[in-house]
Design a protein around this ligand. Structure first.
Ligand code: 3PG
Ligand code: MG
Length: 398
């Protein structure tokens, strides 16, 4: 097992890999994948997969198994049907795309049609593993969930982390160990409450933590600014104030904001309505800050450009609306253009990159949003821990 410079075990320590499975020739292998992909209506009105990134990302594992003579069945969740059979979350369109990419691999029905999946019900686990000889987890994006298909099978079957899961753990886990400096994290999106833990963890190692998107307003409020009608998590103002106090100028906040006037509406592309103005960091009453301004975007880009490592999660504004897309675009270009190693996680940041045709210029695009943040925060995930307890797992530190 590769060791870190400090002699600590690396992020893959103790994790069984595909090579640790008993010979798979002729055996039936259950592969948990994260094919929770966006769907859209095709030309004829049929539902199709809008973005197959997560499906393609599992192909190395699926073909490794198929090439070695395994009989491979994949299983995934799709959306949040909450334990009932809901036709909107039927995996049929996913199955069709998979049949084009990996014709030998079958796909079970949506795991979350059964309440046992999210409840991590022992009976559902038993049903799931029935008839299989081995289990592989390649569902990085769902490995932070304590769900039946993620944590259950390693108790019953020889198990392994697939190629995608292992690579995600290596890259994101590596950020906690020895990132090339300066290490810059750019975090946006709306949910400050969900991200406080990871911000705190990032502050242990980053040189600069750039905060944009809807979550920036709770930080600005903590500095005493007025936020108008912008997104605000009033219960988190004190926590943000504490982080600002501890981190000093390592936390970088916007200095100007693009705001939408009272009565205005956000729309897709060019369909939004209402007056849009550039304001400072004190937002007028009734106005909603929906993007960072050009000065902030320029500052953020200047910090990102010379970075040795950049981690980006979450958009800088409501970029689906063209009027509030510029901040995210500037940051996306800066991340893609950085000299150092860039890592992007989270569905929104990845779709912003894809929209700009920049996904290929990023060092590593993670298939996980929440999972990548939890791995950065805790250094481990429930599904990884389950795999390390499988009967065929290598001893730690070997
Ligand atoms: C995701 O898309 O973030 C993952 O597939 C996990 O989905 P969940 O947030 O519904 O558990
Ligand atoms: Mg999610």
């Amino acid at each position: 097992m590769p060791e870190t410079p400090q002699g600590q075990p690396g992020p893959l320590d103790g994790l069984p890999l595909l090579e640790d499975l008993p010979d798979v020739q002729g055996s039936r292998v259950l592969v948990r994948v994260d094919f929770n992909v966006p769907l859209e209506h095709g030309a004829g009105g049929e539902v199709v997969v809008a973005d197959d990134f997560r499906i393609r990302a599992a192909l190395p594992t699926l073909s490794w198994l198929v090439d070695r003579g395994a009989d491979v069945t994949a299983c995934t969740h799709l959306g949040r049907p909450k334990g009932t059979v809901d036709p909107r979350f039927d995996v049929a369109p996913v199955r069709e795309r998979l049949a084009e990419l990996a014709p030998a691999v079958g796909l079970l029905e949506n795991l979350r049609f059964d309440p046992g999946e999210e409840a991590n019900d022992a009976g559902f686990v038993a049903q799931l593993v029935d008839g299989f000889d081995a289990y592989v987890n390649d569902a990085f994006g769902a490995t932070h969930r304590v769900h039946a298909s993620i944590v259950g099978p390693p108790r019953y079957l020889p198990s392994a982390a697939g190629r995608l899961l292992a690579r995600e753990v290596e890259v994101l886990g590596g950020l906690r160990v020895d990132p090339a400096r300066p290490f810059v994290a750019v975090v946006g999106g709306s949910k400050v409450g969900e991200k406080l833990g990871v911000l705190r963890a990032l502050l242990e190692s980053v040189d600069h933590l750039i905060v944009g998107g809807g979550m920036a307003f709770t930080f600005l409020a903590a500095q005493g600014h007025t936020v108008g009608a912008s997104l605000l998590d009033a219960g988190r103002i004190d926590s943000c104030a504490r982080l600002l106090e501890e981190a000093g100028d390592r936390i970088v906040l916007p200095t100007d904001i693009v705001a939408l006037g009272p009565g205005g509406a956000v729309g897709e592309g060019g369909s939004g309505r209402g007056e849009v103005r550039m304001v400072g960091v004190d937002i007028p009453r009734g106005w909603r800050g929906l993007d960072i301004g050009p000065e902030s975007a320029g500052t953020f880009a200047d910090i990102v450009a010379p970075a040795g490592t950049v981690f980006w999660n979450g958009p800088m504004g409501v970029f689906e609306d063209d009027r509030f897309a510029a901040g995210t675009e500037t940051v996306a270009r800066a991340v893609a253009g950085t000299k150092g190693f860039s890592i992007v996680g989270g569905g929104d940041s990845v779709s912003a990159l894809e929209r700009l045709g920049l996904a290929g210029r990023v060092g590593y695009v993670s298939t996980g949003g929440g999972a990548s943040l939890e791995l950065l925060e805790h250094g481990d995930l429930p599904g990884l821990e389950a795999l390390r307890h499988a009967s065929n797992a290598p001893a730690r530190g070997t």
